[in-house]
Design a protein around this ligand. Structure first.
Ligand SMILES: [Ca+2]
Ligand SMILES: [Ca+2]
Ligand SMILES: [Ca+2]
Ligand SMILES: [Ca+2]
Length: 273
């Protein structure tokens, strides 16, 4: 009996180590890293460097089915597969796009895709396009509560000036002249919050069901370690797919709050000529 238990534990350790992978992307002046092996708070996308300066502690995804019990990290599900791709070989022949699939053919798939676009060397500008797809394979409708959590530490130090979400589908965080913004292209989230590390990630990792608070701004002149999160609640019919599309942009300009998406990249470049 004891040896049977030990061998089961051994198999679990081997299965666990298969998740121990780091994926890397590069494009022009930008570098992005995804570390799904991490079991501490710095899980998932854990590095976004622009012109050699890191601006990200981490970003990752949690979910719950129904309104009771804890959330779980998507990386606690079985990893079905992952890949990196080069989508612009004539501009930059390194991998710029990351895909990963969690889940199973009898429950659900959770697919995540990150596409990195760098700016010109020295521009301080970069963009990440993100797509999350949840597909229900279970044969019954599932009430998903899906969470995105982001902890940017701009300019490679933990404290930043301010963070705000408005109107529930855009977020900005600023440190001096550096701003990160995110636009949720579709669909609008059900709830969101800004907070101070580690309140939100502790809520996502605890044993209770979490609903984001709606707190929309922290801008009182005190520099702190800010985080933000979005939540989507959706009933997903068997065979259905729910797709979340969004865009993150880092720009070295305090006016970046008005400059969202690729249009913002173009505007900044034009103004600098
Ligand atoms: Ca490339
Ligand atoms: Ca900072
Ligand atoms: Ca929780
Ligand atoms: Ca932070």
């Amino acid at each position: 009996m004891r040896s049977l238990v030990l061998s089961v534990v051994g198999l679990a350790l081997i299965a666990g180590s298969a998740h121990g992978q780091i994926s890397e992307l590069w494009d022009n002046n930008a570098y992005l890293r995804v570390n799904t092996a991490e079991t501490g708070n710095r899980i998932g996308m854990d590095r976004w460097e622009i012109d050699g300066t890191n601006h990200l502690y981490n970003q990752w995804f949690w979910f719950r089915i129904g309104d009771s019990g804890p959330e779980q990290r998507i990386s606690s599900l079985p990893e079905f597969g992952r890949s990196v791709q080069d989508t612009n070989e004539f501009i930059d022949p390194r991998p710029d796009t990351f895909n990963i699939r969690y889940g199973s053919a009898t429950t659900y798939w959770i697919d995540v895709r990150f596409s990195l676009t760098g700016g010109a060397i020295g521009s301080g500008v970069s963009d990440v396009l993100e797509t999350i797809s949840v597909t229900n394979n279970s044969g019954t409708t599932l009430p998903f509560r899906f969470f995105q959590y982001a902890d940017f530490d701009l300019n490679n130090d933990v404290v930043d000036d301010a963070v705000w979400i408005n109107p529930f589908n855009r977020v900005w965080q600023r440190d001096g002249a550096m701003t990160v913004s995110e636009t949720v292209v579709s669909p609008p989230p059900t709830a969101s919050e800004v907070n101070i590390y580690p309140t939100t990630i502790n809520a996502l990792d605890d044993l209770l069901p979490t609903t984001l608070s709606g707190a929309s701004v922290i801008n009182d002149g005190i520099r702190r370690d800010y985080t933000w999160a979005f939540q989507w609640n959706f009933d997903l019919a068997s065979g259905g797919t729910f797709i979340i599309s969004k865009d993150k942009l880092i720009v070295p300009s305090p006016a970046a709050g008005a400059l969202l998406g690729i249009g913002g990249l173009v505007a900044v470049r034009r103004r600098r000529r």
